[in-house]
Design a protein around this ligand. Sequence first.
Ligand SMILES: [Zn+2]
Ligand SMILES: [Zn+2]
Length: 505
Amino acid sequence: MTSINSLVVPTSQRYPHIVATGFTTAYLGDERSLREFIVGDYICSQIAQSKGNCLLYLINDSYDPLKYSQLRIALNKDEKMLAQFEHFCGCPIAEVPDPFGCHESYSQHFSDAFLKRLHHLDIHPVMLDTYQAYRSGYYNQFIETTLENYSQIQEAIAGEFDSLIIHDLLHMKCPKCHHMDATHIHQVVNGKVQLECNRCNTNRWYDSKELQGKLGWKLDCPARWNLYKIDVETFSKIHLAPKSTFVVAQFVSKHFYGGNIPVPVKYGVVQLDKEISYNLIKILPPIILKKLFLEHFNRDIKITKESVEHFCHRFHIQPGISYIDYIQKELPKHAIRTAARESMQAEGVSHPSEEILAFFGKRFAKFYYNKDHFIGFPNLQTLATVDTATARAARDIIVHVLSVRDEHQTEEANTHARIGEYLKDQHKAPTKVVQFIRRILGQPQGLRLSILLTLFPIDYLRIIQIALDFYTNSASDSIDENTKLALKLSKSSPWVNLTPNSISL
Ligand SMILES: [Zn+2]
Ligand SMILES: [Zn+2]
């Protein structure tokens, strides 16, 4: 991983330090876009540790024109909504209404959703809305400089970067049709701008004060470096290539806009398999998702279902326990313990971090292994599938387990050891009987029976015992008492609704 020691924060004594990231919230999209912010947040925390307070900015390019390809993703390819909204393509996304009607604008809707996603990852940037900043006049000095020096800036860039021509230093909104994706500036002379719009086929001169718009991408970047005094900015590698954004922006900043140039931090491109996209955020706890994106962050990464599982084998949630170990060995126990606690009215609530782990772990287990973690009702239909001797042996085991559990052992390990010892005896617990009990518990595979019988709620096991009593007729004297108990439990217990029909003997 790139060390912060290899990053040099500019020598200025400005404070707090500023790390910038950027995004166009034209749609939410999958997890690929998260890398920039995970890296930015990591750099920010490293700077804060070594140099003091540091802020993470998220510059929301809400003044960019909406593209049809973005709208399609945003509206989930809904043809009816697309027909309603496609005429907004080419307008600034901040000026498009919210298709879902819950926010002030399209841009607000998606920036809100994106911020929620970042907060979920415990990343809390300061969002700066570009449209508002332009409309409030914060960019005016840079726009004026650009208009005053229009051809000089173009010539200087062409001279420095091997005849690179930037035709439109500014993207103006057409005053007639309000779109900005098909306008072109032909000339700028003494504060007058000759603007052509290919959407509404106009071509005329305007006083620059009549026009609204934003700087082109390679000029917007150095403008905001100087406006917001940015120290470090994250860039994907394409923006750091020769003649690309960063080097041109560096040149423009130095010669025209004030000279502030942040340290660029490069992050590699993320490729994400369709099979796993939109799932990563559901199945990985934030700490693991962040680590996945941060590892070797300046290199490209290809994320597949296999590579994520492999990573989760390597990621240790505790010394010696990987996330996969947790899902396979600890999560099933956690699921039963939680269910047991719920039946006891939540005594001894587990630690929040354990709950978070279990929350994501359950979804991971479902996605990867199609495994659900919950306790169902006891499968009493199973009872009549075995002979009376097997049922009687099962009943004896349950009775023994309940007597051990009733001793209120404080140490779960002691209870488990005693139950395990009992089950080792092949005479008392032959394989056939063990499998029979597992079927009643609805746990044909997974945790050992000794663990299941240690963790399953006591009232749940009592119900099984009562049902076995009925079946084996071995407790005829106490049936009346047991029936009363069963009916009482059926009212208070979440496990079973013991009506006469629910036990088919
Ligand atoms: Zn909304
Ligand atoms: Zn127009």
